[in-house]
Design a protein around this ligand. Sequence first.
Ligand code: HEM
Length: 553
Amino acid sequence: MAKTFKASDVASHNKPTDLWIIVDEDVYDLTKFQEEHPGGKKILQRVGGKEASKQFWKYHNEGILKKYKPQLQVGSLDTKVQPAAPPTPPTTPPPQKQDKVEPVAESGTISVVPTEDVEEEEAMDAFGSMIPYADPSWYQSYHTPYFNQTHADLRAEVRQWMEDEIMPFVSDWEEAKKVPDSVYKAMGEKGYLAGLMGMHNYPTHLTNHRVKCVPPEKWDLFHDMLITDELSRSGSGGFVWNVIGGFGIGGPPVVKHGKPELIKRIVPGILSGDKRICLAITEPDAGSDVANLTCEAKLTEDGKHYIVNGEKKWITNGIWCDYFTVAVRTSDKGMNGISVLLIEREHGGVSTRRMDCQGVWSSGTTYITFEDTKVPVENLIGKENQGFKVIMTNFNHERIGIIIQCIRFSRVCYEESVKYANKRRTFGQKLISHPVIRLKLAHMARQIEASYSWMESLIYQCQKMNDTEAMLKLGGAIAGLKAQSTVTFEFCAREASQIFGGLSYSRGGQGAKVERLYRDVRAYAIPGGSEEIMLDLSIRQAMRVHKALGMKL
Ligand code: HEM
């Protein structure tokens, strides 16, 4: 059992050689830690033996206590009410259902009085911090046509895992440019990897792992979306790309277009988190312009192998991968000369080196060379010279992943800003009391909510269509939303950074997420189709599709 102390016991530990403090009724021994405290030892000594919650929360955010508690906490005050059982809800406890709250009008606002004859349906229980717009509205007791209890359960499961085992360490992993392999393995064991393949149904035929709280037959694309969304609360593109960046775009082409024997041989190992796969399309000289790629694959005379030679650049996860889903040139006929091969590191002639980039540090951005790599023809994905369609179909899934992440990152920037604006005081007032700060928050929120609603509706359309129909009918809108979400993300990162001031200019500490996300912006606005290409495509594609649907001009 944890030790309990009276406040008067703690008071005697007030010397540099014996330094205890109280934060939120928990007691910490900082005697050794004071030497390594980034804020200095004197500031700790000044609160030695005392209640220091107010000072603590002024300078730190929640992650710090989670990280240091195990090594520094020696007990709690006897006044602290101990929880009866281990807490199951997320760290930010959902508010309990309460008696109906009648809205009261504030000056300048309008309150709506519900009419009596409207039949009321129950919205789902509130979840999360309840800071308006910091979570989607269906988390905050508003109605939704898309989500049900299985989604709510999955959301709670992933959030708990993120808050306990991921968030406190994300900054360290980002600096180390590596996430522990055990995290990727856990993604497999928890059934998340299998759920992230962009498939309408949970692939029970490819793995024995299951998502604990969602029966496979209930799985849909909104569950897929929720995992990415909750992972993105890490506020780190590097983390999200480390665990799903290569896999989420390199895996689906194999599962959807690979030969049955190939799928059976390699996919179970990938879904269990033992093996890693990535997508290699971009080259030093071909990015959004996929039809011009040059990495060549020549068929051997006996027709049994392709010999691959060429370079791939900016490939997420490449340095750690066993498998590479690679776009290669098999004929000189532009987009009709592209094929997709599953190349295995074991085939030989594969070299990978880490690239130093502006953002997403822990994602392992890689430069790859293939030198006379000998690939069996059985590893062809789809048909020879018809790889362009495989790549294009895959782009929808990749772009939706980027959209989900960008919208959540925008929320993180907004949420961090709201929290900080409610504690930081300037000119005698909290930041939130300054109209100029509220204006920034309002501009962030309106873009986040508009983007999120468009995303929900497109995911619903994807759920209703097969991949080919979705590629044709939704490709334009998904491209448009990709641009919308990256522009929103860039705006929110900038505004959050202005609100945090110097704290988002230095790395670590309270502004850590905002500083990191600000550096990650370009990793989202450029790959997967740059903003410019996306916006142009969104109109061209929509025009083409609607001509076929009977558009009258
Ligand atoms: C359990 C006790 C504490 C731990 C584990 C702790 C840990 C840390 C860490 C890791 C940082 C680096 C910045 C960050 O990551 O947030 C930091 C900075 C800081 N801490 Fe603490 N701290 C503790 C208590 C306190 C208390 C009681 C005070 C004030 C009386 C304090 C004042 C500061 C200051 C001023 C900074 C520098 C903030 C900045 O760079 O803007 N700390 N602390």
